[in-house]
Design a protein around this ligand. Structure first.
Ligand SMILES: Nc1ncnc2c1ncn2[C@@H]1O[C@H](COP(=O)(O)OP(=O)(O)OP(=O)(O)O)[C@@H](O)[C@H]1O
Ligand SMILES: [Mg+2]
Length: 255
């Protein structure tokens, strides 16, 4: 369903729900509107939109009913041929992790830990089925020309249904592995001091993820690689060991 100009302008008048490096995202009820950062909601933009200067472009439904927050329509500037806005499937929930920049004061580390812990409590309480869906999404993507962007904010968890949604796919072919899912699930807090509550949650999450990978299996030999970066993100020894000792034992299914 196409949105009217008035509806788009209304949605863009509210505070964005997310700001990344490339785009600003606005809620649009059943959808989200993703606006590249090179576009601004200026008076000229509104005028162009109202005057029909931007044309709808329907995108092929590559992922069918699956929800990776993919664009369904683009609005294209008929003069520059640039995308001015994407209308995307809405994924429910909040980002499972955050970007924590260095250098950090002790107070900032504490705050980052608290934020991460409150998210990890919800992630760790997700049923095994949710982790299996996540691994199956990873498997599904090996057969497409899209890949995960394993940077912060690209995995959402719906606190009600406890389902995960990978968003912000890159339009390139690249095989990702369980380590990339670890990077999507957990926050990397540099120089983090000991924190038992954090460590317990981390181990619970990794245990559920590995169990899901073992029960689903993986579909591409490249998925059986270890991701050294994931070992940096994991803070506790038991979680590191759980990952190190198991990633190569996961069975390989024929696709
Ligand atoms: N389809 C979607 N459904 C729900 N929320 C979304 C959706 N797309 C984006 N968001 C929200 O906006 C935030 C930023 O979105 P996104 O990752 O797409 O932007 P980005 O500019 O590509 O970010 P980066 O390049 O830094 O990864 C997300 O973390 C999420 O909170
Ligand atoms: Mg992103």
């Amino acid at each position: 369903m196409k949105l009217t100009t008035a509806e788009i302008l209304n949605y863009l008048s509210y505070k964005p729900i997310g700001t990344g490096t490339e785009a600003v995202t606005y809620d649009a009820d059943k959808y989200v509107l993703r606006m590249p950062k090179y576009i601004k909601t200026t008076h000229q933009f509104k005028k162009n939109l109202s005057n029909g200067l931007y044309k709808y472009q329907k995108l092929p439904s590559v992922h069918k009913h699956k929800n990776f927050g993919q664009a369904i329509y683009n609005l294209i500037d008929t003069q520059t041929h640039k995308i001015v806005l994407s209308i995307c499937k809405k994924a429910h929930g909040f980002p499972t992790n955050d970007l924590v920049d260095m250098p950090l004061t002790e107070k900032q580390i504490q705050k980052a830990q608290q934020t991460a812990i409150s998210k990890m409590q919800i992630i760790a309480s997700a049923p095994q089925k949710s982790f299996k869906h996540l691994v199956n999404d990873l498997n599904y993507l090996t057969s497409t020309d899209f890949t995960i962007d394993p940077s912060e904010g690209n995995l959402l968890i719906d606190p009600k249904s406890k389902k995960f949604y990978i968003i912000d796919l890159r339009p390139v072919k690249k095989i990702r592995n369980i380590g990339d899912l670890i990077l999507l699930l957990l926050t990397d807090i540099p120089n983090m001091p000991g924190n038992n509550e954090y460590y317990d949650l981390e181990l619970k999450i990794i245990t559920k993820l590995i169990k899901a990978a073992k029960s689903c299996g993986l579909v591409h030999p490249k998925q059986l690689a270890i991701k050294p970066r994931a070992l940096e993100v994991l803070k506790s020894k038991p979680a590191k060991i759980m990952y190190k000792n198991n990633y190569h034992n996961i069975k390989l299914n024929k696709n």
